[in-house]
Every structure is written in structure tokens, then in C-alpha cells.
Design a protein around this ligand. Structure first.
Ligand code: ATP
Ligand code: MG
Length: 136
């Protein structure tokens, strides 16, 4: 039975700044993700705060939102069988120091805050996040 899902991916400011956009997209394509939609934008801080609202009580919330709005990002809708979990696997652990070999965060991440990519963590959140960026 097929289980094609869509998930939201963001190439974060640290990776865009280092011109890793195309290289990261190639990783997705090599791993059989289809890039269904994409756009390069820069968020206002208030938009980053809305996007990361689940983290609003965390000590790192303010820095996280400042960072996500600090430069251009590439937002993509990725599609694949079990896309949500498959993207989380390809990304690796939140902290690049703990990420497994071959994962995007291991290859490209600088630190726990500059970890190069975001990916939805559940199918429900994927729908909410896709709607956040691509509701027309
Ligand atoms: P993302 O949501 O960006 O895909 P994630 O789902 O792996 O990352 P979350 O727990 O949702 O991790 O945290 C959101 C972001 O907040 C992380 O990507 C990271 O940059 C930052 N973050 C998480 N934990 C910490 C921490 N302990 N210290 C500093 N920053 C953190
Ligand atoms: Mg998360």
C-alpha cells in the first residue's frame, strides 16, 4: 500500500549563506524526495515567532527566532513515501555533534542552533507548516 506524504523542509540561513542550497536539494533528490514547491524568502521576526510557537516557553526561543529571521531561507514541500519520518532520518539529530554519518546535519550543520535544515516532526505538523508557507 502506498503512503505518499508531504512534509515541510527549510534550508536555514546558515546553509543559504554558505551557498549550500543546491547541494542540499541534490541530497533530497538522490534520496527520492520530489520537490513539489519551493521559494526563497526572508521572514520577519514576528513570522519566525509564529512558526516556532511550540517552543515559546523554551530558553532558546528568542535566539531561535532571531536566527531564523536573520537571512534568506529556502522553504520546500517535499514528497515521498513516508516523507515525514524519511526526512527526519535524512536530517539527523538536532545537534550536529550527535547526528549520524551521512545525515544533512552531520554534513552541513555548524552547531545546535545553526543546524542547516528544518523538517516537520509529524504529519499533522507537516500540514500546518505547509499551510503556513504555501497557503495562497
Ligand atoms: P527543527 O524544528 O528546526 O527541524 P528539531 O525538530 O530537530 O529542529 P526542535 O526540538 O524542534 O528540534 O528545536 C527547534 C530548533 O531549536 C532546533 O533546530 C535548534 O536549532 C533549536 N534548539 C533545540 N534545542 C536547543 C537547545 N537545547 N539549545 C539551543 N537551541 C536549541
Ligand atoms: Mg522541530
Amino acid at each position: 500500500m502506498s503512503n505518499i506524504e508531504q512534509t515541510l523542509s527549510i534550508i536555514k540561513p546558515d546553509a543559504v549563506e554558505r551557498n549550500l542550497e543546491n547541494e542540499i536539494k541534490e541530497n533530497f533528490k538522490r534520496n527520492n524526495f520530489k520537490i513539489i514547491k519551493e521559494k526563497k524568502i526572508q521572514l520577519e521576526k514576528s513570522e519566525a515567532e509564529k512558526f516556532y510557537k511550540v517552543h515559546e516557553t523554551k530558553p532558546f526561543y528568542n535566539d531561535l527566532c532571531t536566527y531564523l529571521s536573520s537571512g534568506p531561507i529556502v522553504v520546500m514541500v517535499l514528497e515521498k513515501e513516508a516523507a515525514v519520518i524519511e526526512n527526519r532520518k535524512l536530517m539527523g539529530s538536532t545537534d550536529p555533534k550527535e547526528a549520524a554519518d551521512g545525515t544533512l546535519r552531520k554534513k552541513y550543520g555548524i552547531s545546535i542552533d545553526k543546524n542547516s535544515v528544518h523538517g516537520s516532526d509529524s504529519l499533522d505538523n507537516a500540514k500546518t507548516e505547509i499551510d503556513f508557507f504555501f497557503r495562497d
